[in-house]
Design a protein around this ligand. Sequence first.
Ligand code: MG
Length: 273
Amino acid sequence: MRLVAYEHDGGRRIGVRDGDSVRPLQAPDLPSLLEVGIDHVSVGPAIALAHLRLLPPVWNPPKVVCVGINYADHAAETGRQRPDYPVLFPRWPTSFVAHGDPLVVPHASAQLDYEGELVAVIGTPGRHITRDRALDHVAGYSIFNDGSVRDFQRRTPQFTPGKNFDGTGGFGPELVTADELPPGAAGLRITTTVDGEVLQDASTSDLLFDVAELISVISGFMTLERGDCIVTGTPGGVGMARTPQRWLRPGESCEVTIEGIGTLRNPVVAESR
Ligand code: MG
């Protein structure tokens, strides 16, 4: 099942996408839908996808936990050792951008970088989740562009400011339920392009800490809640590590594609004055 969030008649809605149409679900948001169960809510008449403005599939996650340095080639290109414990940092939804909406190069920096990533969304809450049960807690998967303002990211050992500028976190276009994908969404090709040029090309099987391991580690220190998003990290090929460095520029279009999930597309704009 492919779940979309969208604006319609001035409200925020959740629906099931089937081809070019969406059937509205009677739920206020994705965490609520996951609590009730997708099979237990009423479904409205289909409306054309083209008439809807998409939102991030989870616009109000209780938590967003991002993972740094989670592919060996990305660790190498940033001069980091493979970590023994995952590098975790938070993002907040004020940084989110829906599929089709622009990523924003802020006034404060010219160093906006792309990071194509797999997102796992929690459907069943838990604490101290064992690795062998971890994937039972995943509702589905989506795509993230963990847009990073590199000079701010590198000002201190903490990544927080550089990962939280408004309008830098592409998320979507939809949530694909876990039953439609391989366990842990492993073995899927992930690519990032800018204006058609392939800049990242890897497999989700290359994750150093896979989805099950991340859920086990994170739930070891805090409760994972319905709708929590785990943004699993980016492969090698980021703009910061290129020679010359390659920053996103207004007028460009950035796409992240994950096999079996879809393509997240965002134009790039300058922050408005
Ligand atoms: Mg990242």
